[in-house]
Design a protein around this ligand. Structure first.
Ligand code: GUN
Length: 298
């Protein structure tokens, strides 16, 4: 068997086109563009690439992008002051503080300073509580993107066995909440899980988010299962290569021979994260401006 390849790049492009349509309608109704502010502290190269991409795609979708770049030695109080200004700025609908922050800052304290109505990352404890209790709020972008791909591939997820490998606040935990909300039977596996291969073998849906290159083997996958690979790992350069290959947390070649469907790396989950961020920012704009958005529109 050879798995269907889930094309996240194409799915994200279609979603962005829909967002651009709704952003134009929003601008006409509200008399202003929807606005997303991104705050970057320091010069982490990966974060710089993400932030640049976010700004570019925000503008391409017809929304306003506000970038705040602060030096790595910024005092925490100064970052909190920037967040407070953005909380009170009516042109800003969504605020994203790029993680990781420099080690002298308390990430939880910084996230707690963001107005939950502008928390487009879904990281504030209010957003987390809303997610787990089924209330309307913001859902972290990467897991929400995974759910979109899964529902597009499988239709209803009700009753399916799902295993999430990884228990981070950004992916693993919210992913489990979303799968539970779709009526899956959910297992959260992690580095201390005993006999991980056996746990994964039971699953109709496998979501791998551990950050360990090609850790999930083809022999662990139940035939026909749907595999969502959230990992993005760069291997050391092979002989003659200047840069190492990008691989996921799943051994793609092995898993694709067994699975029913699988996301590639790159081009699977990765492109969904920013598309969902823009979606969340536009939903925030409608709520903040009191402009109605049809149920299920985005
Ligand atoms: N760093 C890596 N992923 C993310 C994300 O989704 N949001 C933020 N704010 N920082 C990140």
């Amino acid at each position: 068997m050879s798995a269907a390849v889930i094309d996240g790049k194409e799915f994200a492009a279609t979603l962005r086109a829909r967002i651009a349509d709704y952003a134009a309608t929003f601008e006409q109704s509200a008399g202003r563009k929807a606005g997303l502010a991104v705050v970057l502290v320091g010069e982490d190269p990966a974060s710089q690439v993400y932030v640049k991409s976010k700004g570019k795609q925000t503008v391409e979708c017809g929304m306003a992008s506000f970038e705040h770049k602060l030096p790595a030695d910024t005092a925490e109080a100064d970052l909190l002051a920037v967040i407070e200004r953005l909380n009170n700025d009516p042109a800003v609908d969504g605020i994203l503080v790029q993680l990781p922050l420099p080690p002298h800052m308390d990430e939880q304290k910084v996230i707690a300073a963001i107005n939950p109505d502008k928390d487009v990352d879904g990281f504030h404890t209010t957003s987390v509580g809303r997610l787990w209790t089924g209330l309307e709020g913001f859902v972290p972008c990467t897991p929400y993107g995974c759910i979109m791909l899964l529902k597009d591939q499988l239709g209803s997820l009700s009753g399916l066995d799902a295993v999430v490998i990884g228990r981070s606040n950004i992916v693993g935990k919210p992913m489990a909440a979303l799968l539970l909300a779709e009526s899956c039977t959910v297992t959260i596996a992690h580095s201390r899980t005993r006999d991980l291969a056996e746990v994964v073998r039971r699953a109709d849906i496998v979501v791998a988010a551990v950050g360990r290159p090609e850790m999930v083997k083809g022999s662990w996958i139940k035939p026909g299962a749907t595999v969502i690979d959230v990992g993005i790992n760069r291997l050391p350069p092979a002989e003659g290569e200047s840069k190492g290959r990008l691989v996921g947390d799943v051994d793609y070649a092995e898993a694709a021979a067994v699975a029913g469907a699988i996301t590639p790396v790159p081009g699977g989950v990765g492109p969904m994260t920013i598309a969902v961020l823009l979606r969340n920012a536009l939903v925030a704009a409608h709520r903040n401006a009191g402009v109605a958005l049809a149920d299920g529109a985005l």
